[in-house]
Design a protein around this ligand. Sequence first.
Ligand SMILES: Cc1cc2nc3c(=O)[nH]c(=O)nc-3n(C[C@H](O)[C@H](O)[C@H](O)COP(=O)(O)OP(=O)(O)OC[C@H]3O[C@@H](n4cnc5c(N)ncnc54)[C@H](O)[C@@H]3O)c2cc1C
Length: 332
Amino acid sequence: MTATHSTRMLILGSGPAGLSAAIYGARAGLAPIVVQGIQPGGQLTTTTDVENYPGFRDVIQGPWLMEEMQAQAEHVGTRMMYDMIVSVDLSQRPFRLVGDSGTIYSADTLVVATGAQARWLGLESETRLRGQGVSACATCDGFFFRGKKVAVIGGGNTAVEEALYLTNHSHDVTLIHRRDSLRAEKILQERLLAHPNIKILWNKAVDSFVGGEGTQGLIALDLRDTRTGEVSRIPVDGGFVAIGHEPATELFRGHLDLDADGYINVRPGTTYTNVAGVFACGDVMDKHYRQAVTAAGTGCMAALDAERFLAEADFESTSEGHRTAARAVATV
Ligand SMILES: Cc1cc2nc3c(=O)[nH]c(=O)nc-3n(C[C@H](O)[C@H](O)[C@H](O)COP(=O)(O)OP(=O)(O)OC[C@H]3O[C@@H](n4cnc5c(N)ncnc54)[C@H](O)[C@@H]3O)c2cc1C
């Protein structure tokens, strides 16, 4: 038999955004349900050292942080579901969503916190050395490469921003781009080209990330010239793949207003989407900051927005009830 769960607040995603929304929603008495998706705990479960989440002087581990967030969310009254939403109907409230398990979720409000995934080059050596010198986040990992040689792969805004950011830590930053011109905005290009600590290798694609002996991690990049096919090796300690992100919004295409890159559009300064009662938070609506703490921050906002939305909706229906009762009395 198909199970149906009804809730005041349904949260899709169990990363920092979803779990922060859950903590606030539960403490507001909304008994939220979190559908965890195929990556319980979200992106931070794929990393080791986290040094920039406030409240911890010592280095903490990403998976541990997410376990703590989940435990806190459950402790205050959140119900976790190991399921993945595969279809949504947002045309009327309560919203109706269906999980991969066949379970139906009926929700007065919906918080979308499905995150985004970094795009990778797809090389075997890249996967093998991820977290051992290969990264997709300079803000997260740049600090670990203080005074070392780093390379950024890409030619758009993200790549240029990552290269400029890395100059805070390294005097030897190389941008590697497969073409002979950048796609990034002109102002960013000007800053990049004027920077004394950044050099650019044009018409080069990464053939392979080269690891050292034992646990040494990344030591070099093998680059292929995209015009001549010639392969050369450059020594590096860190390689940052910056070829964009993919927000997890396929499910919402045609249901929610998305921008040209597929991120959910929210009303500025809030987490309100174009559908009343649906809120979005974390990396799925933020292509600029993409940090655990910003995801947690907007997760908090989404829960507060949803709670206020419900309070207003309840007030409206109670008032309408009173008005109807008053009309009935008046006509008797
Ligand atoms: C390797 C790595 C290292 C990082 N290091 C740091 C760091 O040191 N510091 C820092 O601040 N940030 C770091 N980040 C970035 C940080 O992890 C993200 O900014 C943050 O996790 C975004 O949180 P989120 O909740 O928006 O989304 P995510 O963490 O991406 O979580 C998305 C959630 O949505 C779920 N989901 C997706 N689709 C569905 C669906 N259809 N139904 C139900 N659930 C669904 C997934 O299962 C997942 O639980 C790192 C990221 C990576 C990849």
